[in-house]
Write a protein that binds this ligand. Structure first.
Ligand code: AP5
Length: 208
């Protein structure tokens, strides 16, 4: 099993691109953020613990994340490789991942900090199909959302204060991973401050 990692700050477009890359490659998306939100919604022990960190814009402890990933990659759809979205975010998570699977590509979607708040504060999704939109940059079009029951949903942590904490956590704890992966020769920098289609094209070309 070999895998790819989508890497970048909050609001860089990891989830938006993951959906498109999944369609093109067939690799399942494993988003630790989505898994944690599902656990919060289900009221599990993990969810109750994670919520305090997520609401504060801080990273959830490594051991919680690593246990979630170890369980998720045992699912049958992961046997031919996966696409991680938002994992790993710390050196201990990257070390744990190296013991689980060979990472072949790390796709770093780069967006300047000053763009992040407007991206995140304008984000909404469909509660039915999960597709993600933006008030200005990527609004729901006349063709709808991908299911026939659009219900608008906004994330509890998509507010300006929490976004600034999430950006801080990214710079302090996650961005050091760039050097780690760059020295392994598998790190691909993609300019994420462009049209969504152009970014997808560059990611697909980096994956070839
Ligand atoms: P998570 O859910 O992973 O959030 P995140 O990393 O902060 O990333 P986002 O989902 O906010 O952004 P994205 O890059 O997917 O952008 P999107 O495509 O939606 O994590 C949430 C929390 O869970 C963390 O804060 C932490 O507490 C915890 N957590 C998760 N994983 C963890 C881990 N491994 N370790 C520890 N804790 C963990 O795009 C954003 C918006 O911009 C959308 O509205 C979209 O339509 C729009 N957009 C996308 N692309 C473009 C473009 N090119 N131009 C204009 N607009 C665009």
């Amino acid at each position: 099993m070999s895998s790819i990692v989508l890497f970048g700050p909050p609001g860089a477009g990891k989830g938006t691109q993951a959906e498109r890359i999944t369609q093109q490659t067939g690799l399942p998306q494993i988003s630790t953020g989505d898994m944690l939100r599902a656990a919060v919604k289900a009221g599990t022990e993990t969810g109750i613990l994670a919520k305090t960190y997520m609401d504060a814009g801080q990273l959830v402890p490594d051991e919680v994340i690593i246990d979630l990933i170890k369980e998720r990659i045992t699912h049958p759809d992961a046997k031919n490789g996966v696409m991680f979205d938002g994992f790993p975010r710390t050196i201990p998570q990257a070390e744990a991942l190296a013991d689980i699977t060979a990472v072949t590509h790390v796709i770093a979607i780069e967006v300047p900090d000053e763009r992040i708040v407007e991206r995140i504060c304008g984000r909404y999704s469909c509660a039915g199909c999960g597709n993600v939109f933006h008030d200005i940059f990527n609004p729901l079009g006349p063709d709808g959302c991908g299911c026939d029951r659009f219900v608008e949903k906004r994330r509890a942590d998509d507010n300006e204060d929490t976004v600034l904490s999430r950006l801080g956590a990214y710079h302090d704890q996650t961005s050091p991973l760039a050097d780690w992966y760059e020295s392994a020769g598998i790190f691909h920098r993609i300019n994420g401050d462009r049209a969504i289609d152009d970014i997808t094209a560059d990611i697909l070309s980096a994956l070839q």
